[in-house]
Design a binder for this molecule. Structure first.
Ligand code: GAF
Length: 361
């Protein structure tokens, strides 16, 4: 690949249609990329130094990796680190970062940053990194450098998604299939309700869920919960592990059922699967909070075909499948319900399946 001196790269946030907490269980996910994205304007430097400016705060962080980098710039340093670890000759660079992916909303602002920086550095260095290898590199950057034990869904979505499609990803084989998602063509919309309840992956709950799943797989004698079926649960005597495992097993099945319906163009019928996914996250995986439960219940009562929380949990966003013409009414109903319960007002927008990471100029 020919190195470029400068350019502008973008990588999107994502929303997950269905398949939550299945990625690190070797299971199935079905995210799509959002129009909201992180944009990196970058130029190559002739020394091994990285200078990163956030256009949101005006803050600049400069590092050469001789000392650990913390805070938001750690996500950038992590990408430099992982590329070097993989044997690439990463060029020094001046990077300016802008983003309209809301942070802390469960929409993968971290993956968008990692994937945009990875794209920029790969092109600035003329590095030969096939696109299908990039999600694993970005995930490793986050796991090993930042210290967040995330799975591979978000980095895959931010890198591999295509406009007008959802990405069916088998998180074991990493096989992908682009599933057409023509919402507008069927008069439908996906309404996103940002509950504005705080969402933090690093607070230990995510790691605890992951550890419980790994423990259950170990007790069942399978490589991952992807390999377990509901009948296996009678072999577990820990009630908590039974519920955690049941979520993963049933959620994987719901992803496959959703894909079967989408392939037949039966978009409205995925609604009940989305709602069942939410119930499973609420009752078995215990990762919802009152704000997201309220958003789901109110959206359903206002006519949504289905609704569920997306992302790691403990706050963040709900997506609701609605008739396009009803989206505003559903959003208003949720806003009113939040006010009645004394919650912060939610933010709402429509999600359009958008392209993955690419060079803008
Ligand atoms: C977060 C993680 F980063 C993903 O890997 C995934 O596990 C998700 O939570 C839950 O499905 O976004």
């Amino acid at each position: 690949m020919t190195a470029v001196d400068q350019g502008v790269w973008a990588a999107p946030g994502r929303i997950n249609l269905i398949g939550e907490h299945t990625d690190y269980n070797d299971g199935f996910v079905l995210p799509f990329a959002l129009p909201q994205r992180t944009v990196v304007t970058a130029e190559r430097l002739d020394r091994p130094e990285w200078s990163v400016t956030s256009t949101l705060t005006g803050e600049t962080v400069t590092f050469d990796l001789s000392e650990p980098v913390t805070g938001w710039a750690a996500y950038v340093a992590a990408v430099v680190w992982v590329l070097r670890e993989a044997g690439h000759d990463v060029p020094g660079a001046r990077l300016s970062i802008d983003s309209d992916v809301p942070g802390g909303a469960g929409l993968s602002s971290s993956a968008a940053l990692e994937c945009a920086v990875l794209s920029a550095l790969a092109d600035l260095g003329g590095l030969d990194i096939p696109v299908e290898q990039r999600p694993s590199l970005a995930q490793r950057a986050e796991n090993a450098y930042v210290g967040v034990p995330c799975g591979i869904m978000d980095q895959s979505a931010s890198t591999l998604c295509r406009e007008g499609h959802a990405l069916f990803l088998d998180c074991r084989s990493l096989a992908t299939e682009q599933i057409p998602l023509d919402l507008a063509g069927q008069g439908l919309a996906i309404l996103v309700i940002d509950s504005r309840a705080p969402h933090q992956l690093v607070d230990g709950e995510y790691a605890a869920r992951r550890a419980a799943c790994e423990r259950a797989a170990e007790l069942l004698g399978v490589p991952a919960l992807r390999d377990a079926v509901l009948d296996d649960l009678s072999r577990l005597d820990d009630e908590l592990l039974i519920r955690r495992s049941r979520h993963v097993i049933t959620e994987n099945a719901r992803v496959l059922d959703t894909i079967a319906l989408l392939r037949e163009g039966r978009l409205r019928e995925i609604g009940p699967l989305m709602t069942a996914s939410h119930a499973s996250m609420r009752d078995d995986f215990e990762i919802t909070v009152p704000e997201v439960d309220e958003a789901v219940e109110t959206a359903l009562a206002a006519g949504a075909y289905g609704a569920r929380m997306t992302g790691g949990g403990f706050g963040g966003c709900v997506l609701a499948l609605v008739e396009a013409e009803k989206a505003a009414t559903v959003a208003e109903a949720v806003t009113a319900a939040f006010a009645a319960r004394g919650f912060h007002p939610p933010a709402t927008f429509l999600a359009l399946p958008s392209p993955g990471a690419h060079r803008l100029s």
